[in-house]
Design a protein around this ligand. Structure first.
Ligand code: NAD
Length: 481
């Protein structure tokens, strides 16, 4: 059993009222650990200690070079503890080992290393003002205390891609992982201590929505970086309207995949299958709405349905597993309700459609599900399912495909499958999404910004954009007269 406490002022402590929550292994339904359920008193304490940490000489006096070394050291520690971190992610989240080992942990280390390189390159500018006898320049200054609220689908990576730039720019950070998956974040926080992050600069709050709410509402917090559902993002915007703290929102998605008539269908089937079922479809960038040229739709449907059927479903710990469990019983019920709505609204189920029973029935396993006959107005075509559900819709010409792909409230990711160079270059401009892939799986790299339009959120993470997200621009006018 794992026991996770709060990290406040560099000390691991229980919640002030001793309350705890449980975290479970989604492959078996068994309780694997407890975490401290922070109270509002704990939130006050953590914010106070983060402010002290932020202002401390140890942090503000640390040179950019030393801060870079510190982040590099965190990356090294992630790598040195890779096996343990991957095992925690698989146990707590359900991620297939291939995903936790080959993607989640290496990407987290890569993100820290990427931002380690930034600490010595955060520059201001000299402004050519027209007022005589002035030297006017800009500094990039940290915001202060950043509250980093993360979801359960990629707990380690999403924590890393908020924490690394927050620290690179000299902020203090309070992490609040999702209550379903606190374990890898708690370990990451401990690795930051081991790397030598000064007291109060990195803190951990665990617990549910109330803890997130208290952090968002707290006047001592200067910035909220939130990844999660659109509904919570909207609530956060309402709350921060009181003090106008800075906010970044990475929310849901409903990615279209456009398969043109000239596409390599076998490549499109393989790529779309991975793009749709990666982490059991529990990815904000998951491909979900498949617009396939009418000439190719039958071939695409039969190939992707039989490929989906052949994927090995099982616990993440089994190295052969391709499709792991959904994160919780509650989430499985939500996915099942969407699948039922698809059938009720007239879509045709080609394969899948239900929970996996037999030896896996204690876990939250759901069969990869393919629908055809889906219309743009159906619930499964409009709402984010966040599970292994694919909706296939034929189209006749590119204008139709683009307009239907854009007929969504979201705008995180899109993909196009074509052999035509002109389509590959012109279509991305026409698609309403923060990232457009061409003949690709959804890829993430620290060097490329990630974020969405519309209900997919505000701002960008990763790349140099995160430096802007965690700094203010301050102008200085020096009188030379
Ligand atoms: P969620 O919004 O329920 O919870 C996310 C986090 O917010 C958790 O830590 C939770 O405890 C906390 N929280 C819940 N209610 C809160 C409130 N009122 N105020 C403050 N914090 C609150 O989301 P989830 O179910 O954990 O994650 C799935 C969602 O995350 C999906 O919609 C998915 O698309 C989105 N997501 C987006 C991205 C992206 O980069 N755009 C990446 C991953 C996940």
């Amino acid at each position: 059993m794992y026991t996770t406490q709060l990290l406040i002022n560099d000390k691991w402590v229980d919640a002030s009222d001793g309350a705890t929550g449980e975290t479970i292994n989604p492959a078996t339904g068994a309780v694997i650990g407890t975490f401290a359920e922070a109270t509002s008193t704990d939130v006050d304490e953590v914010v106070t200690s983060a402010r002290v940490g932020f202002e401390s000489d140890a942090w503000q006096g640390m040179s950019p070079d030393m801060r870079g070394r510190l982040l590099w050291r965190v990356a090294e520690l992630i790598e040195a503890n890779a096996e343990e971190l991957a095992a925690l992610e698989t146990l707590d989240q359900g991620q297939p080992t291939s995903v936790s080992t080959n993607l989640s942990v290496p990407l987290a280390a890569q993100v820290f290393r990427y931002y380690a390189g930034f600490t010595t390159k955060i520059e201001g500018k000299v402004s050519p003002v027209s007022i005589p006898n002035q030297l006017t320049y800009q500094q990039r200054v940290p915001l202060g205390v950043a509250g980093l609220i993360t979801p359960w689908n990629f707990p380690l990576d999403i924590a890393a891609w908020k924490l690394a730039p927050a620290l690179a720019t000299g902020n203090a950070a309070i992490l609040k992982p999702a209550e379903q998956t606190p374990l890898s974040t708690a370990r990451l926080v401990e690795l930051c201590r081991e790397a030598g992050v000064p007291a109060g600069v990195v803190s951990l709050l665990t617990g549910g929505a109330e803890v997130g709410r208290a952090l968002v509402a707290h006047s001592g917090v200067d910035k909220i970086s939130f990844t999660g559902s659109t509904a919570v993002g909207q609530e956060i915007v309402k709350t921060v309207s009181r003090d106008l703290k800075r906010v970044g929102l990475e929310l849901g998605g409903k990615a279209p995949s456009i398969v043109c008539d000239d596409a390599d269908i076998d490549a499109a089937v393989a790529g779309n299958l991975q793009g749709a079922l990666f982490n059991t479809g529990q990815a904000c960038g998951a491909f979900t709405r498949f617009f396939v040229h009418r000439k190719k739709v039958d071939e695409f449907t039969s190939k992707i349905a039989s490929a989906a059927d052949s994927l090995r479903i099982g616990p993440g710990q089994d190295p052969e597993t391709v499709v792991g469990p959904l994160v919780s019983e509650e989430h499985l019920e939500r996915v099942a309700a969407y699948v039922k709505s698809g059938s009720d609204e007239g879509a045709q189920l080609v394969t899948g459609g239900g929970r996996v029973m037999g030896s896996l029935e204690k876990g939250y396993f759901f069969r990869p599900t393919v629908f055809t006959g889906v219309t743009d107005a159906m619930t499964i075509a409009r709402e984010e399912i966040f599970g292994p559900v694919l909706s296939i819709m034929p189209f006749d010409d590119m204008d139709e495909a683009i307009s239907r792909a854009n007929n969504t409230d979201y705008g995180l990711v899109a993909v196009v499958w074509t052999k035509d160079l002109a389509t590959a270059h012109t279509l991305p401009r026409q698609i309403h999404a923060g990232t457009v892939f061409v003949n690709q799986l959804p890829l993430i790299d620290p060097g490329a910004p990630w974020g969405g339009l519309g209900l997919s959120g505000w701002g960008r993470e990763l790349g140099a954009y995160s430096i802007d997200e965690y700094t203010e621009t301050k102008s200085v006018f020096i009188n030379l007269g």
